[in-house]
Design a protein around this ligand. Structure first.
Ligand code: BES
Ligand code: MN
Ligand code: ZN
Length: 498
């Protein structure tokens, strides 16, 4: 999809614009938006509303051809609800309906002239990003591994967004929105790939390619090096598999030489069988998505690389498979993590925290300004928050409250929400082991929280937050597929740190 922005005055230039289609908003009770009024030169749009052919309800559409006084071949009327101060939900619904209509239009190009400055509690940048992300979603195909490809998207391919003022700032906002959409696309493709293809080695190769394309520094640590670093916890998970573990470190040094970096740490379990504590059969295929934390780190790097973000960012991906085998870790095994804490592995299916704890210890060497880990960590997070918000966990002190606020705010701005849950000493006590410093599962209750508390033990030397994306990284059922979340949240968070 090709995007550009252009300023139109709502009087005559929009009516005079040559295009395959102009999409404008109309409202319930037969009200026209400013842009619709500009196209209503001879009252045809008013007449269409009067006729009842379009209700104006959010998402309703009506295509008119050859509207008198309008140079564009078609006018698409799009309902945005009752209120001219548009709700976020109605705007999103209208955008999706527009792109659905565009997908089956005989036009190659179109102008979208929506009231992007009139969305309740949302900025024009948000509206622009919503448009770009939705357009890329409409174009997205998950047929990389099908021998017969799905019919390619054949609708409108060139969209001009009408804005009141097209200056360098609005152009930068558009470029940022496109970069985020491209990052999400990579994250989705990696998530959807089958686990026999998307192995730790594959992720390392994707990271190398990204480093090449965008000028990141990269280092991929192999098993021997991980042994030398004493990553006993990560290696305990990796050793059940024939696939070689990979520990990927990407550096985007876009900031000042001496500026402390922001570090992202992604869980990259390319398949989670549960190990010896094996999972139930039905739906187990979805555990190919257990690398979506890693995928979101790579997608976010894709986005900040394209933007040339002026910030120092380090991405760490701990990648391996969690498999049962003669060499696999057994329940009751005790391992020593990189920071010296011993861990009793009571359940080999709680493997995410076992690989992340060593990655979080490794992150100390960068003297980070902040560390955010991203993981499909617990099924319990899907129970508590469903599929709308990612779970956010940090310590409860002033510095961490500020980091939590930054992440929550970024999620709001990006339409990629998170919700904070508590951690603390009482929950931490649920992780006591009779035989090691720490058990890898908690006593029953609050499983997402005790998982976060486990990680907290390894993050005491810097400011840290944890995002549990088990409910937001992919969709199940007929619409099964990765969502590209939380790339918008993470990228916006980093952009706001510049
Ligand atoms: N990758 C899973 C978490 C998960 C499960 C995410 C289902 C999304 C859907 C993780 O490794 C896991 O298995 N967690 C266990 C932890 C338990 C053993 C304490 C879980 O959530 O059941
Ligand atoms: Mn697991
Ligand atoms: Zn897992």
């Amino acid at each position: 999809m090709d995007f550009s922005i252009k300023a139109f005055d709502t009087k005559n230039t929009l009516a005079a614009a040559k295009s395959g289609c102009v999409a404008v908003a109309v409202f319930e009770n037969k009200k026209l938006s400013q842009a619709a009024k500009a196209l209503d030169q001879t009252g045809e749009i008013t007449a269409a509303l009067k006729s009842g052919d379009i209700t104006g309800k959010a998402g309703s559409t009506l295509l008119l051809r050859g509207v008198a006084g309008v140079s564009a071949a078609r006018v698409l009327l799009v309902g945005m609800g009752a209120d001219e101060v548009v709700s976020e939900k109605n705007f999103v619904t209208a955008v999706n309906a527009t792109l659905k209509a565009f997908a089956s239009l005989g036009a190659a190009d179109a102008i979208i002239a929506f009231p992007t400055t009139e969305v309740k509690e949302r900025t024009p940048e948000w509206a622009l990003q919503t448009l770009v992300v939705a357009a890329n979603e409409a174009e997205f195909r998950s047929d990389a591994q099908k021998s017969k490809k799905e019919p390619a998207y054949s609708g409108v391919r060139k969209i001009t967004v009408a804005v009141p003022l097209a200056n360098t700032q609005t152009k930068a906002s558009l470029a940022q929105a496109i970069a985020i959409a491209n990052g999400m696309k990579l994250t989705k493709e990696l998530g959807n790939l089958s686990p026999n293809v998307c192995t730790p080695t594959y992720l390392a190769n994707v990271a190398r390619k990204l480093a090449d394309d965008f000028g990141f520094e990269i280092e991929v640590l192999e098993r021997k090096q991980l042994e030398a670093l004493k990553m006993g916890s990560f290696l305990a998970v990796a050793k059940g598999s024939e696939e070689a573990p990979k520990f990927i470190v990407l550096k985007h040094m876009g900031g000042g030489k001496k500026d402390a970096p922001t570090v992202l740490v992604g869980k990259g379990i390319t398949f989670d069988t549960g190990g010896i504590s094996i999972k139930a059969g039905p739906g187990m295929d979805e555990m190919k998505y257990d690398m979506c934390g890693a995928g979101s780190v790579l997608g976010t790097f894709r986005a900040i690389g394209e933007m040339g973000l002026k910030l120092n960012v380090i991405g760490i991906v701990a990648a391996c498979e969690n498999m049962p085998s003669g060499r696999a870790t057994k329940p009751g095994d005790i391992v020593t993590s990189m920071n010296g804490l011993t861990i009793e592995i009571l359940n080999t299916d709680a493997e995410g925290r076992l690989i992340l704890c060593d990655a979080l210890t490794y992150a100390e060497r960068f003297k980070p300004a902040a560390v955010v880990d991203i993981a499909t960590l617990t099924g319990a997070c899907v129970i508590s928050l469903g599929h709308h918000n990612s779970g956010l966990f940090t310590r409860h002190d002033a510095a961490h409250d500020a980091l939590a606020e930054e992440l929550l705010q970024a999620g709001k701005e990006a339409g990629d929400g998170a919700w904070r849950l508590p951690i603390g000493e009482q929950y931490n006590e649920q992780l006591k082991s009779n035989f090691a410093d720490l058990a890898n599962i908690g006593t029953p209750g609050g499983a997402s929280i005790t998982a976060a508390c486990f990680l907290e033990n390894f993050t005491r030397n810097y400011t840290w937050a944890h995002l549990d994306i088990a409910g937001t990284a992919w969709k199940s059922g007929a619409q099964k597929g990765a969502t590209g979340r939380p790339v918008p949240l993470l990228t916006t968070f980093l952009m706001n740190r510049v």
